[in-house]
Design a protein around this ligand. Structure first.
Ligand SMILES: C[S@@+](CC[C@H](N)C(=O)[O-])C[C@H]1O[C@@H](n2cnc3c(N)ncnc32)[C@H](O)[C@@H]1O
Length: 192
């Protein structure tokens, strides 16, 4: 990864994490889950905002979705950003999260759910994110497709105060270059 793309990804990560702060200010005590954490981009960014809170990353480690996405890589990235003491990694499927109901204050997922081919399975993954989120918890869901599908489903599951965020100029250019196939957008909302 080039220096510039690393900087760009971190900038985007901070923008998404700021959106959570706009709905409910970060306290540093949050329990955070990053679904499909890959090499740990969002998990590590969230952990940087925590004091007593913890960030958990979970993934199936599908190589076809991201190169070198391993638990070791995610933990190494946490170490490089000085937050190894605040993160942990699990292996599991977004469609059957191995966590109790209402375990997290914040659930993040960045560019993951479009990898699940069937709409019913994508809905299950969204249901799981809502299940493990505490009431008044915040969901930040960013993906490159299916925004309307996600939003409609999440409303039925009690996500409120939904804000939609487009990916800015960079995303518009990517969308044009891909003939409209690649549409980075994010949804942020609060569980009622
Ligand atoms: C494009 S990568 C994004 C990784 C990371 N969120 C980021 O933004 O850098 C997609 C990730 O989703 C994971 N993934 C795909 N399907 C999954 C599923 N059903 N459950 C959990 N993780 C999944 C892949 O293994 C991969 O690490």
């Amino acid at each position: 990864m080039t220096y510039t793309s690393r900087i760009g990804k971190k900038r985007k990560r901070e923008r998404l994490l700021n959106l959570k702060g706009q709905l409910a200010p970060w306290t540093g005590r949050e329990d955070v889950l990053d679904v499909g954490c890959g090499r740990g981009l969002m998990m590590v960014g969230a952990a940087r905002r925590l004091t007593s809170g913890k960030a958990v990353g979970i993934d199936l480690w599908r190589e076809e979705d991201q190169a070198e996405n391993t638990p070791e890589a995610a933990l190494e990235n946490a170490r490089l950003e000085g937050v190894a003491d605040r993160v942990s990694i699990e292996t599991g499927d977004a469609r059957a999260l191995p966590f109790a109901n209402a375990s997290f204050d914040v659930v993040l997922s960045h560019w993951v759910i479009h990898n699940i081919p069937e709409a019913a399975d994508r809905a299950r993954a969204l249901d799981e994110m809502m299940r493990v989120l505490r009431p008044s918890g915040v969901l930040v869901l960013a993906d490159i497709a299916n925004k309307s599908e996600y939003e409609a489903h999440l409303r039925t599951q009690g996500l409120a105060n939904i804000r939609e965020v487009t990916g800015g100029l960079e995303a518009q250019i990517a969308g044009i270059l891909s003939g409209g196939a690649f549409k980075p957008q994010a949804l942020v909302g609060i569980k009622t």
